[in-house]
Design a protein around this ligand. Structure first.
Ligand code: NDP
Ligand code: DGY
Length: 327
């Protein structure tokens, strides 16, 4: 390809080298990379995207009308290094005929595994225990000390039995879970595999010992877990969220946790991200917060990077994308 024919691509972050190699080897892109582990400042994003044919972005980049205007009419494809796409203004993107690539399936196992780890860490109070060992709080073996809640014989409720929700359910069942409830927009045939019972949200919240949120963030799920929601949970229940922070009203969660309305919460996602270090949730022993690491295994991130690059290239050439979001 001649220099004039090269397609301009803006990459908003340093990404795993697997994807970069694919983009470089293709020899069809004039690559401009925000070569940092930190997010691209908004002004740099608006500048970097100008005239681009392709945009490779992350979930921390808000791609709205302003960015699309700054890109201009060349922009043919947006490829996000994520399965979640709540950071993309889909209506605006669709209106402009831009194609979108994303990374479903390849991160399902890693995210489900992390969700199970977070659930167990929260329910069995692992961070508290580790802290007590370090600070000298471990005086002897005590029958009533650091007791938590186990999965055996329990009822687990999954909000959003999608790819990740089902993978979580599959992993939790062998721990001796007695009932697996789920809710969503419609019953799922694949729920049979985990003996899943489709129930209204209200039933799930009232009856579950563990409530696991794995739905996508949409206008319907934004703020879904609020005061009303937590007030229906059992006082002994554990709340886990690995979807998006905005599904939870964090002030209401703080009240539920600090008043003993629910037993504990484990969050891999928050609003904002990062959660400020002086945030009230971080003062609570019964709240375990992780820095959005659901998909963070080396191999998963490498494969996500490859898929994101391949989505971008195929989108640019107008061919079938390995994972195109149906708009
Ligand atoms: P899927 O699209 O397969 O699943 C999303 C699920 O959300 C579907 O089952 C859908 O149900 C459900 N849902 C949508 N609206 C509602 C609603 N109003 N009430 C209840 N459920 C609803 O996506 P994935 O499983 O692949 O990913 C899910 C989300 O997980 C992503 O969107 C992302 O936000 C988050 N994620 C977080 C990660 C992390 O690092 N913590 C890693 C990867 C993903 P239905 O089918 O009935 O519409
Ligand atoms: C996603 O892909 O949506 C996650 O939040 C990060 O992997």
């Amino acid at each position: 390809m001649s220099a004039q024919q090269m397609l301009k691509v803006f990459v908003t972050r340093r990404i795993p080298q697997e994807g970069m190699k694919i983009l470089q080897k293709a020899g069809m892109c004039n690559l401009s990379v925000w070569d940092s582990d930190e997010p691209v400042p908004r002004a740099e994003l608006l500048k970097g995207v100008a005239g681009a044919h392709g945009l490779l972005c992350l979930l921390s980049d808000k791609i709205d009308a302003e960015v699309l205007d700054a890109a201009g009419p060349n922009l043919k494809v947006i490829s996000t290094l994520s399965v979640g796409f709540d950071h993309l203004a889909i209506d605006e993107i669709k209106k402009r005929g831009i194609r979108v690539g994303y990374t479903p399936d390849v991160l399902t196992d890693a995210t489900a595994e992390l969700t199970v780890a977070l659930l167990l860490a929260t329910a069995r109070r692992l961070p508290e225990g580790v802290e007590e060992v370090k600070n000298g709080g471990w005086s002897t073996w005590k029958p009533l000390w650091l007791c938590g809640y186990g999965l055996s014989g329990s009822t687990v409720g999954v909000i959003g039995l999608g790819r990740i929700g089902l993978a979580i359910a599959r992993r939790l069942k062998p721990f001796g879970v007695k009932r697996l409830l789920y809710t969503g927009r419609q019953p799922k045939p694949q729920a049979q595999e985990v003996d899943g019972e489709y129930v209204p949200l209200d039933t799930l919240v009232r009856e579950s010992d563990f409530v696991v949120v794995s739905c996508s963030l949409t206008p319907d799920t934004q703020g879904l877990c609020n005061n009303n929601f937590f007030s229906k949970m059992k006082k002994t229940s554990i709340f886990i969220n690995t979807s998006r922070g905005a599904v939870v009203n964090q002030e209401d969660l703080f009240k539920a946790l600090s008043s003993g309305q629910i037993a504990a919460a484990g969050l891999d996602v928050t609003t904002p991200e990062p959660l400020p270090t002086n945030h009230p949730l971080l003062t609570l022993k019964n709240c375990v917060v992780l820095p959005h690491i659901g998909s963070a295994t080396y191999s998963t991130r490498g494969i996500m990077s490859e898929l994101t690059a391949n989505n971008l290239l195929t989108g640019l050439t107008g061919s079938e994308m390995p994972s195109e979001l149906k708009l």
